[in-house]
Design a protein around this ligand. Structure first.
Ligand code: C5P
Length: 399
């Protein structure tokens, strides 16, 4: 369902008894991470209160092109949306849309929309089979609109047959499929570490590195898009990721990252160690700001715990653990060494020698080594694309 995460969806609800199903549909869309703007016809509002939709979508519901004290900009809404979905679509609404009769806000937005439009009809069996309705459906399809097929069964009239609104889950699945992302990670939870760590020298100074956290966030997004859930344990990064399906745990030091990662990993099927964890920390950080004194100063460092290696030692057979290696020399040998030493299933090597790869950049060039000795090399790509390659190579290859 998460293929629709981040999508802006206009949901037009029209006056059918099936309008109650649009409540659950709204809930599912929001849960899947979509932004949902609900529009209703006045007759839909006789079946379900607009307040119900407004509460679930966290947006005001519009029922009229002109509200009491404002003009609801249907052109803007039409351009805003990534998809417009009319569900339930009554015979009347289908006729209206098919013929360009623009006498309510749903029709006005429909005529303004440049995004894909989906109609999910709902009506009695005879109304559905009427040549007039079927002609309207054909007409809408000829405009490129998508029909979400009606389902068959008992109807509100007591009759049996075709005309039931598709079940909300099926409507969401239809949209997900349209947006073309596989849902291979449904039910999977991934722990991702990302960003740098800051190791305190004193209350104002730290040892850190230039990691941006972008690769970890791109991985989180790609996993969520494929239906998975993510716990992202992230060091100090400027990024503020917010996605449904994402639990963000902010940390500063390697020790804090370690504590959270160790606590989270047992409930995850996947661990991706994308953080640039400081290998050492000051042994004894000063409680007060260190004053300038002599020409030289020494800070004694002590080794940080290795998160990847710890999780590797605790890993169960149904868990997959992926690490990263950033090398300036002997990339392949070092990466393979870490793969074995830390008991990883895969290691993603990015070389600092490749322009555009590694820290802070928006792009990356990686090779993925498997514990099975297989290796796959990729071209320089955006971190979003690299994230998809990593997932396809390590997590969804057999799906
Ligand atoms: O040994 P090295 O730091 O090069 O290994 C890199 C991999 O190990 C990365 O996946 C990194 O996130 C992880 N790592 C870790 N904890 C550390 C050091 C590295 O999880 N203390």
């Amino acid at each position: 369902m998460q293929a629709i995460a981040g999508k802006k969806i206009i949901l037009g609800v029209t006056g059918s008894i099936a309008a109650y199903k649009a409540v659950y549909l709204t809930r599912l869309l929001v849960k899947a991470g979509a932004e949902v703007q609900v529009l209703m016809t006045p007759s839909a509002a006789r079946f379900v209160q607009p307040l119900t939709f407004a509460t679930l979508s966290k947006r005001p519901v519009f029922m009229d092109v002109t509200a009491e004290d404002a003009w609801n900009n249907h052109v803007e809404m039409g351009l805003w949306a990534d998809a417009m979905l009319v569900a339930p679509a009554t015979a009347n609404t289908l006729a209206r849309l098919a013929n360009g009769i623009c006498d309510n806000i749903i029709a006005a937005v429909y005529l303004s929309a440049r995004c894909p439009v989906f109609v999910a009809p709902a009506m009695d069996v005879d109304m559905w089979h009427h040549p007039s309705t079927q002609a309207n459906i054909k007409r809408l399809q000829s405009y490129g609109n998508h029909l979400i097929p009606v389902e068959s069964g008992e109807l509100a009239s007591g009759l049996e047959g075709e005309g039931r609104l598709a079940e909300p889950e099926n409507i969401v699945a239809f949209l997900s499929k349209f947006f073309g992302v596989s849902q291979a990670l449904v039910g999977q939870k991934a722990l991702i570490t990302a960003g740098p760590t800051y190791e305190a020298i004193d209350p104002v100074r730290f040892i850190g590195n230039r990691s941006s956290g972008k690769m970890g966030v791109a991985l989180a997004k790609a996993i969520i898009e494929q239906g998975g859930e993510v716990v992202l344990v992230m060091g100090p990064s400027k990024l503020q990721p917010q996605m449904n399906g994402l639990t963000l745990i902010r940390v500063e030091s390697a020790q804090e990252m370690y504590d959270h990662a160790v606590a989270q990993f047992p409930s995850c099927q996947v661990g991706i160690m994308a953080a640039a964890v400081a290998d050492y920390r000051p042994l004894d950080p000063a409680q007060e700001k260190i004053k300038k004194k002599g020409d030289r100063m020494t800070i004694e460092l002590v080794k940080n715990p290795d998160i990847a290696a710890t999780l590797g030692s605790q890993k169960k057979s149904d868990q997959t653990l992926i690490g990263f290696a950033l090398e300036t020399e002997n990339g392949e040998a070092n990466a393979r060494g870490k793969l074995t030493r830390k008991n990883l299933d895969y290691i993603v090597l990015n070389s600092l020698r490749d322009p555009g790869a590694g820290f802070g950049t928006d792009t990356n060039k990686v090779s993925i080594f498997g514990a099975d000795n297989k290796v796959v090399h990729f071209e320089l790509k955006s971190k979003e694309e690299v994230a998809k390659d990593i997932i396809a190579t390590t997590l969804t290859k057999n799906k």
